[in-house]
Design a protein around this ligand. Sequence first.
Ligand code: IFM
Length: 496
Amino acid sequence: MSVSELPESGFPDGFVFGAATASYQIEGAYDTDGRGLSIWDTFSRELGRVARGATGDVACDHYNRYREDVALLRALGVDSYRFSIAWPRVQPTGSGPANTAGLDFYDRLVDELLAAGISPAATLYHWDLPQTLEDQGGWRVRATAERFAEYTAIAADRLADRVDRWITLNEPFCSAFVGYAAGGHAPGAREGRGALAAAHHLLVGHGLAVRALRAAGAKEVGITLNPDRLLPATQSPADLAAVRRAETLHNEVWFEPLFAGRYPRHEVETWGELVMEADGTYRRAGDLDLIGVPLDFVGINYYRPITVADAPYDDPDPVSRTAVDIRAVETWRDDVRHTTMGWPVVPHTFTDLLVDLADRYPELPPVLITENGSAEADTVDADGRVRDTDRIAYLRSHLDALAAAMQAGVDVRGYYVWSLLDNFEWARGYDQRFGIVRVDYDTQQRIPKDSYHWYRRLIAAHRARRPASRTTQGSGTGAGPQRHAPFHSGRDLHDL
Ligand code: IFM
């Protein structure tokens, strides 16, 4: 592959290139060193929940092979590695004293990363809630937010001396609405009020965790959201109203309290009676201040746009209407390629989303792209190579779209590819491969795909052009109020 295949976009000095994973998706070792069970251990064992009955029991066996995986990261040349900490390893039942053996694993991982010159970025909650807490109400109840802050304090106390970048929650949209309303993720509930309460308690937990992280001296603190670019199927008033409801569900539930100090503007239009009782029950005075505590960065995960059309209620029983039934459906697009997830590839929507968020939220902190990538139908050729050209095209076009957003003034400080490794793709099991490194699940052999080599060359080219980027790694998104930092645009990577 020639350098001319690299994205034409340039990135500024200090821009962080990274790769991301999450605990349950790669670690395996589900019962090792005192780890407790999480809601995903339970859910994946329930009949019909996960494709082919897959579980994360073994996954990529990263718990035992982390040194090999850090060596892959080192050879890749990333500045930073985003991983998540499994709460049930740290507190097997979600409360009480720390399980030292579980914490030791992250200690070893962090030291291995630092020895490789890679800055660790730790996510505290990537969906593996201790099952015991779910049995006590899960995110439906405020006590879980309080337990989350205690767990955060334990993790930060052990690791904040070496981990500079902390992410409280990953994609709370999925935790609340896929987990408690649509039932497609653990714990597999289909509720309305429960899901809305879960969304609120996740945000409260985030606010409490930020306090705990600051108290422990964490340098950079943020949250990772997965806002969607929502497009109307037609310009009809009905479809436009459906987009408004979808905006409430997907985006405003998070962005409004976090960055505008208010609850979603159209929540009553969207949820009606389900949300009307919120103030008298789970929402308390002072919560908006807690949730809106200033952050050093916001992590954005982006994969695809969603085209939305109006839909009637599909549930004839009004009592069981779920919060997720917002009378809107996603419609299929014939005009673009789809990944194996069935997700349309429309890179310019990444630019549009970021520009729109920066316009709508003047208080938005600097952005880190904490996930972006594609699942493809990879094959291993006879010569042992994985020629994943569709993934390279996806990554390249999305990096170009990201650069376009930066040129338009959005303050983006880094990009983490999803994912380093093929892994357990939640309800889709192991059928979906997002990795830039292939994992043979029978042998646990890792095979860097062509996209890995492409990304390595991109990072090397960036660094060769801008040597300062290596030396500023870990110095942070929180380095100061540099909104709209100078962007050296152009074709420099292309020209190398
Ligand atoms: O694999 C997931 C990840 O855990 C969260 N963000 C989306 C990815 C792809 O579905």
